[in-house]
Design a binder for this molecule. Structure first.
Ligand SMILES: C[S@@+](CC[C@H](N)C(=O)[O-])C[C@H]1O[C@@H](n2cnc3c(N)ncnc32)[C@H](O)[C@@H]1O
Length: 286
């Protein structure tokens, strides 16, 4: 396992994923019933953008820094996300630290909600444990996120969502692991919301996974995608997407107003593009 998210923190893919995640969390917060946020691949939770790893790639410059300096008007969901990122940078208007998905989720959760985080890499998991040592809502597991999902579902709460954000070191084989994890999870906890982040290199490589999603057993499946460059290279990430199974009510309308703005702000050299499409739409859950 060589992947370290510190090289990529705050890049365009993180911005896209975290705006989608904040929008799902805001939808869950509209009801008072407690919920659980479960993350299979959590990372460290907070990243120093001045650190050697982040400076080596400078990916955050065409991600969070580009979005934060964009002069145009922003929809509420993006403004709320930017406020959370600034809250993570106490005492400065510049963005020196980037919050990971666990920190952003903890920022949205209420006192009665709960969070379960899995991280397999020992040092990263240690950082995550230190970040949340004083937060009684958070459980951190040093274990394989797919195995933990199988072992810990169904959750005690009636409501909740699972974020699956693997590093795709296994390339296309990662989709087999995801499919197997989701099949089991949907059997054990069919009412859960599941979101899977994926990279876009060559678009045709995604089609088998998307065909599988359309018949995976979820009630509804929504696809949100952002491309910052044309999807014509197998070697680099030209965009990314999020497949959302059993999405909360009205999530599509909210993402509809956000994704084109992200595409405009984050396009590299030429304007980016976005896509929002139901792969399966029977009945949206709340
Ligand atoms: C893309 S990063 C997660 C970033 C995080 N979700 C965020 O948005 O801030 C993927 C993480 O998964 C960890 N990882 C890799 N394989 C894993 C596995 N099988 N189970 C749990 N964590 C794993 C890596 O160490 C890495 O920290």
């Amino acid at each position: 396992m060589n992947y370290r998210h510190a090289f990529h923190a705050g890049n365009f893919a993180d911005v896209f994923k975290h705006v989608c995640a904040q929008t799902i969390l805001a939808a869950l917060n509209r009801k008072s019933t407690p919920y659980c946020y479960f993350e299979t691949h959590a990372g460290a939770g907070s990243y120093n953008l001045g650190h050697r790893q982040a400076r080596m790639t400078a990916e955050n410059e065409s991600g969070i820094q580009q979005l934060a300096s964009y002069p145009g008007n922003m929809p509420d969901q993006i403004l709320q996300y930017l406020n959370a990122v600034h809250t993570h940078n106490v005492g400065t208007t510049a963005i020196h630290r980037y919050p990971g998905s666990p920190w952003l989720a903890a920022h949205s959760l209420r006192a009665s909600d709960r969070m379960v985080l899995c991280e397999l890499e020992a040092k990263t998991c240690g950082e995550l444990k230190r970040l949340f040592h004083a937060d009684h809502r958070v459980q951190v597991h040093h274990r394989d996120g797919y195995a933990a999902l199988q072992a810990l579902l169904p959750l005690q709460e009636r409501r909740g969502w699972v974020l699956i954000d693997p590093p795709y070191e296994a390339q296309k084989q990662e989709f087999s692991l995801i499919q197997s994890a989701l099949s089991n999870a949907l059997k054990r906890w069919p009412q859960g919301i599941y979101a899977v982040w994926y990279p876009i290199k060559l678009y045709r490589d995604l089609l088998p996974f998307q065909r599988w999603l359309a018949r995976c057993g979820a009630t509804s499946v929504l696809i949100a995608e952002l491309q910052v460059r044309p999807a014509n290279s197998p070697l680099r990430m030209n965009g990314c997407g999020m497949a959302i199974l059993n999405p909360p009510w009205k999530l599509d309308a909210e993402l509809q107003s956000t994704l084109p703005v992200l595409a405009t702000c984050l396009g590299q050299n030429t304007p980016g593009t976005s896509r929002l499409e139901w792969l399966l739409h029977e009945r949206a859950l709340s």
